[in-house]
Design a protein around this ligand. Structure first.
Ligand code: AHR
Length: 512
């Protein structure tokens, strides 16, 4: 068996892990809202039509922030349609997803649901078909206390207190030619700057996210960020990146997706650093954060080649099923390593949103006539979100490597670690080797492992192959206890092939 050694030095820190790293995303798309979080016909639904079983799983997932209402949807969205008496709201065409939008879940209903779920609302404004004035009007509606037409309209619609939404995304994926209102970096940068300026006049307390690239493979990647940063200098706080990964007949490369995300984040960080240095005082002292506000495993090629054309040319439906990917074990392992990448970059990644929350490429699935269930990818998210708090540590595994076509030789064991105020260290490990187990030893730098708490592993369950998924009737993929021994001051465990694990340890002083 091969062996990997991980040395933990609690003084070698990367930065504080923002709770916002564990955000999620709800878009008016497919069955994420209607038929997902909301289904008045479901036995668990509350008076507003929100499913109680879904809400419970959302709380268990432990996400912290929710991006809303899109996604591509937001680029054609008229927010006024979504407020006021439900029976008077217009039914509209959603051109982004070729769907009928009933507006039965709108701003007030969603804000109430997010509060119940313990999620901070991160609102996106429409910079596809609309612009600065509309964004400022929405902000005034949401955040101004009272005494103006828009704030009083909000109060008349049932929200006496302002929503107090702090985080705002300036449009969505405006670099993509699929986007309603797609723009060049110059067109977008100017619009984002003027929208940001006006929004800050209305509410100086907000944080703004400029739209970066929708993928590292975009032909404009790099130049887009440079021009947008120059044009919005001093006006925005974060720049987004979106990153989706899928297995394309090359499992080793897929399992190394975290390396892809590492490089993507580091490239964007280097661009931001260069531009900020060149802009000097024009940055007004701001250091831009990176908002990874859409990331996940998404079988996008299958969608583009098989499902997209029939969806976009077929009949218009309300909440048609769209990209309801079913996740296997490798997908969960990759989600674990993408989370590791986010934690490793805690000094620069200020927030991140797994896309999406329910049904649409989601950790939680529903059907109208069944209880909601956890997909395989639910587990690494929930466990990392609950444990990776405090400070991220600089850590690497010294051990075997794996050859990949996409990224060259990569470490077989992917690792991230955090330390909390109580001294407890959490280590998150992935064995990217799909064929062989690897023995991992965890050692303290100048200290010993004094004890182990809560060690779990997620892998292919006995009696199944690696393609097993959790379905409405059977959910065999779940974390199991991991056997960890403490030997000579080191914690030792065997990671099965294709696995993700979380191990909590206490470090103690080495005695002579
Ligand atoms: O999350 C699904 C879609 O992916 C979003 O609507 C869009 O922003 C991205 O392309």
């Amino acid at each position: 068996m091969t062996h990997a050694r991980i040395e933990i030095d609690p003084s070698d820190t990367v930065g504080e892990v923002s709770p916002r790293l564990f955000g999620t995303f709800v878009e008016h798309m497919g069955r994420c809202v209607y038929g997902g979080i909301h289904d008045p016909e479901h036995p668990s639904a509350d008076a507003d039509g929100f499913r109680g079983d879904v809400l419970e799983l959302v709380r268990e997932l432990g996400a912290t922030v929710v991006r809303y209402p899109g996604g591509n949807f937001v680029s054609g969205f008229l927010w006024e349609d979504s407020v006021g008496p439900r029976d008077q709201r217009p039914v509209r065409l959603d051109a982004a997803w070729h769907s009928i939008e009933s507006n039965q879940v709108g701003l007030h209903e969603f804000a109430g649901w997010a509060e119940q779920a313990g999620l901070e609302l991160m609102m996106a404004v429409n910079l596809g078909t609309r612009g600065a004035q509309d964004a400022a009007r929405l902000l005034e509606y949401c955040n101004f206390p009272s005494g103006t037409a828009l704030s009083d309209e909000r109060r008349a619609n049932g929200a006496e207190d302002p929503f107090g939404i702090r985080l705002w995304c300036l449009g969505n994926e405006m670099d993509g030619d699929w986007q309603i209102g797609h723009k060049t970096s110059y067109e977008y940068g100017r619009l984002a700057a003027e929208t940001a300026r006006l929004m800050r006049f209305v509410d100086p307390g907000i944080e703004l996210v400029a739209a970066g690239s929708s993928s590292a493979a975009q032909p404009t990647f790099g130049e887009w960020e440079r021009e947008v940063v120059r044009l919005t200098a001093g006006l925005v706080d974060h720049v987004s990146l979106h990153a989706y990964y899928e297995e394309l007949d090359d499992l080793p490369s897929f399992l190394a997706s975290g390396v892809g995300l590492d490089r993507y984040i580091e490239t964007v960080a280097a661009i931001l650093d260069e531009e900020e240095a060149a802009l000097g005082e024009r940055m007004q002292g701001r250091r831009l954060g990176i908002s990874v506000d859409e990331w996940n495993v998404w079988y996008n090629t299958r969608f583009n080649e098989q499902d997209k054309e029939p969806l976009l040319t077929g009949a218009w439906h309300h909440a048609p099923p769209i990209i309801e990917d079913e996740y296997a074990v490798a997908d969960a392992v990759v989600v674990g390593s993408l989370l590791n990448s986010l934690v490793r970059h805690a000094d620069r990644v200020t927030m991140a949103n797994q896309a999406q929350l329910v049904n649409v490429i989601a950790p939680i699935r529903t059907e109208p006539d069944a209880a909601a269930w956890r997909q395989t990818i639910f587990w690494p998210f929930a466990i990392t979100a609950s444990r990776a708090r405090g400070t991220a540590l600089r850590v690497a595994a010294d051990g075997p490597t794996i050859a990949t076509a996409a990224y060259g030789d990569v470490p077989a064991v992917d690792v991230a670690a955090t330390t909390a105020a109580d001294g407890r260290v959490e280590v998150f490990c992935v064995n990217r080797d799909a064929e062989h187990p690897v023995e991992v030893s965890l050692a303290g730098a100048g200290s010993v492992v004094a004890g182990v708490r809560d060690a779990v592993v997620l892998t292919v369950p006995d009696g199944h192959d690696r393609f097993v998924a959790n379905t409405r009737d059977d959910q065999p993929v779940r974390p199991e206890p991991l056997d960890v021994r403490v030997v000579d001051g080191e914690a030792r465990a065997t990671l099965p092939p294709l696995s993700w694990a979380a191990v909590g340890v206490d470090l103690g002083t080495r005695t002579a």
